[in-house]
Design a protein around this ligand. Structure first.
Ligand code: ADP
Ligand code: MG
Length: 334
């Protein structure tokens, strides 16, 4: 960075971008960007900050993985509201010793993912910093009639989760060397690690769920299924939940680890960074939700039900176990 400099980087970045178009009237280059939604249900904004050594470890995270993931986690937050992402801001705190090739690969992966979702890079900031810091802010259009909030669950609602649970946690354990890979299952190892490094935001699914009018509460799983379910329960006025262990959707790779007794189901439920959608819906919505699963090709699995009692119970192997929803990752307590 010392050779390249702030303005060299910004200039190179601008050269890579097409001119602002669509809702984005003015992108990078002026004192502020200007974007004007063409339709009118409001704007949703989410922001996330990633700090080296806290949120990522450069020893096993490539520049491209990080460029991808720093946008993907923000996309996931908008997916959780049912929003359509439009424009993104990227602020970087860069150590002087950072290599140009590293930043090139980071930007390549970031912009590649932005293009997949038709998101324009509209601005940001670039400063020198002792540690690598990445801050991404993403704007999107709110769905009609309303974004999906965490607060709408009621007693008797079904609880659903998209995709499969625990892959990212297992992937992280493998990357960190806390778990030894199966020597004859390298495809499974690659799958689990990529679920951690390259989470897929459920944008299309979020939009369809919001439009269905069937979903009562939704969020994306970043802290772990149990902790995030607890966020819904608290936001919905202090409700409880019962989860059925045999219904938890596991990938074949994760299932192998559980079957071999190398990981407990509850660890997968508390692990975090799944970036799947967790939502509630009245039983009357089951058919509609099944249709959305078919249409998107994303599994939507009913894992339990909302109850009155203010606890989360896991039913597995014939017994109920109480899970603490307050076990999610807390930056100032972990
Ligand atoms: P100002 O001094 O007016 O804040 P800057 O010199 O910081 O402007 O930035 C110039 C332009 O480059 C602005 O439009 C800003 O949004 C954009 N920019 C700076 N850093 C980044 C970045 N990391 N990603 C995207 N755009 C950036
Ligand atoms: Mg600035």
């Amino acid at each position: 960075m010392a050779d390249w400099g702030e303005f060299g980087f910004i200039e190179a970045l601008c050269q890579r971008l097409p001119p602002a178009s669509g809702a984005l009237r003015i992108g990078i280059g002026d004192d502020a960007s200007w974007w004007r939604p063409e339709s009118g249900n409001g704007i949703l904004t989410t922001t996330d900050m990633l700090v080296a050594g806290v949120h990522f470890d450069l020893s096993y995270t490539s520049a491209a993985d990080l460029g991808y993931k720093s946008l993907a986690v923000n996309l996931s937050d908008l997916a959780a509201m049912g929003a359509k992402p439009v424009c993104v801001y990227l602020s970087l705190g860069l150590p002087a010793a950072l290599k140009k090739t590293w930043l090139d690969e980071f930007i390549d992966a970031f912009l590649e993912l932005a293009e997949v979702y038709d998101v324009q890079l509209a601005g940001g900031d670039t400063v020198a910093a002792r540690e690598l810091v990445i801050s991404v802010t993403l704007n999107g259009l709110a769905p009609a009639p309303s974004p999906l909030l965490r607060s709408g669950a009621v007693v008797g609602d079904d609880i659903y989760v998209s995709g499969s649970i625990g892959d990212s946690f297992l992937g992280l354990q493998l990357l960190q060397g806390c778990l030894q890979p199966d020597t004859n299952a390298s495809a499974a190892t690659d799958f689990l690690q990529s679920r951690h490094l390259r989470p897929q935001a459920r944008i299309a699914l979020g939009e369809l769920l919001a439009a269905s009018g069937r979903v009562s509460a939704m969020l994306d799983v970043s802290d772990g299924v149990v902790a995030d379910l607890d966020h819904i329960l608290v936001a919905s006025g202090g409700l409880g939940a019962e989860i059925e262990g045999r219904r938890i959707p596991l990938s074949p790779a994760a299932r192998q680890f559980v079957a071999a007794g190398r990981i407990a189901l509850r660890d997968l439920l508390t692990g975090g960074e799944d970036y799947e959608l967790l939502f509630t819906a009245a039983p009357a919505g089951r058919q509609k939700i099944a249709e959305i699963a078919t249409r998107t090709g994303v599994d939507l699995t009913r894992i339990g039900q909302i109850t009155e009692k203010d606890t989360i119970l896991l039913f597995a192997n014939g017994v109920f176990e109480e899970l603490s929803g307050r076990g999610g990752y807390d930056h100032f307590h972990n």
